[in-house]
Ligand binder design. Structure first.
Ligand SMILES: *Cc1c(COP(=O)(O)O)cnc(C)c1O
Length: 359
């Protein structure tokens, strides 16, 4: 066969399975608990900024993301030169790998973790090195350190880990960082940082501040409720941040996304958003309590979702079907388990009922 040839390595890319929207059903609302989105509508103050910005979409956005970088820098006391934004933190991850890896260089990550990792790694021409999770569905940082070779350029640390929920502790991260060579970048993915209540949890910004080879990924998609606008960022050593900005798509982050993110960092807006996060955290504790009472043993979650380990054949799929019938859509990972987003109380109630019946 002749014709255009795609890179052979792409055949190894697993497909990304997005969380399905709820199936249409007769009688009663259906709730989407499959993508870790916030159930809350955008804040009115953010909506009005989005509407105003919509009037200018005949213009390209600010390619330098100046207002956004200033807002992030002021909010988190970070140097502007350390920032690199993208169309979601997943896009920033692609840019990071492109910026750091020659073809065949290795990226170490835990598995099961965020399903975008192996896709981003292979798509960027690097080699994925997956290290199985340890006890409690937590990162096995000893094994990850041992997996580093002289081809390793990046190590991903996802905390809290999607889809299982546990955090990496600060002391564990320190011990791990002591073992990582200085020329390997450790990327701490903190997509769910705002939901963490464990005081022993690692703090990516603190690690970034005390080391020269740590980057942090943050997003406006989860706690800030802007998943549909696609905006996230890296906080990285200056040379890395500059390289990420260099390979990023020009004008990638829309003006609407930039303005909405800035508006979400306004102190009053952010307080409202973090109150919502508090409410979701309270729901998380209620759900975990209910699941435990029903006999489930779930990994300690510090995120806006819980993981039900289901090892048997087809159990995850069966659970998802039962959930669909009850009016909630969850995210099954065939033969591994089911991830369920914490949402509005009425949806969480349905989830707990399905879980009790399925155990
Ligand atoms: C949701 C999520 C992200 C953020 O994705 P965006 O591209 O910013 O929407 C990043 N990492 C993990 C582990 C996630 O679960």
């Amino acid at each position: 066969m002749s014709g255009p040839k795609v890179r052979a390595s792409l055949s190894g890319i697993p497909a990304y399975t997005p969380g399905r929207p709820p199936a249409a059903r007769e009688g009663g609302a259906a709730y989407k608990l499959s993508s870790n989105e916030t159930p809350y509508d955008p804040l009115p103050s953010v909506r009005s900024v989005i509407d105003a910005e919509a009037a200018q979409v005949n213009r390209y956005p600010d390619m330098a993301c100046s207002a956004l970088y200033t807002a992030i820098s002021e909010r988190f006391s970070l140097p502007v030169t350390a920032l690199a934004a993208g169309t979601g933190s997943v896009a920033v991850l692609y840019h990071l790998i492109q910026a750091l890896c020659e073809p065949g260089d290795e990226v170490v990550y835990a598995w099961r973790s965020f399903e975008a990792y192996p896709i981003a790694i292979v798509a960027s021409g690097a080699r994925p090195v997956a290290v199985p999770l340890g006890d409690g569905a937590r990162h096995d940082l000893d094994a990850m350190a041992a997996a580093i070779t002289d081809r390793t350029r990046v190590v991903m640390v996802c905390t809290p880990n999607n889809p299982t929920g546990p955090v990496v502790r600060a002391d564990e991260l320190e011990t791990f960082l002591d073992r990582v060579p200085a020329d390997v970048l450790v990327v701490v993915d903190e997509a769910y940082a705002e939901f963490v209540r464990d005081e022993a949890a690692a703090d990516g910004f603190a690690a970034f501040g005390s080391r020269d080879n740590v980057a942090v990924l943050r997003t406006f998609s989860k706690a800030y409720g802007l998943a549909g606008l696609r905006v996230g960022y890296a906080v990285a050593p200056e040379s890395v941040a500059a390289a990420v900005r260099k390979v990023a798509l020009p004008f990638g982050v829309s003006g609407i996304a930039q303005a909405a993110a800035v508006a979400s960092l306004d102190p009053v807006a952010e307080r409202e958003l973090m109150d919502r996060v508090d409410a979701l955290v309270a729901e998380r504790e209620r759900v975990v309590g209910g699941l435990t009472e029903a006999g489930w043993s779930v990994p300690a979650t510090e995120a806006n979702f819980v993981w039900l380990p289901l090892d048997g054949r087809g159990q995850a799929t069966d659970f998802a079907v039962a959930a669909d019938e009850a009016g909630i859509t969850v995210r099954p990972f065939a033969d591994h388990g089911v991830r369920v987003t914490i949402a509005e109380p009425v949806a969480n109630d349905i989830f707990m009922k399905v879980a009790s019946n399925q155990n």
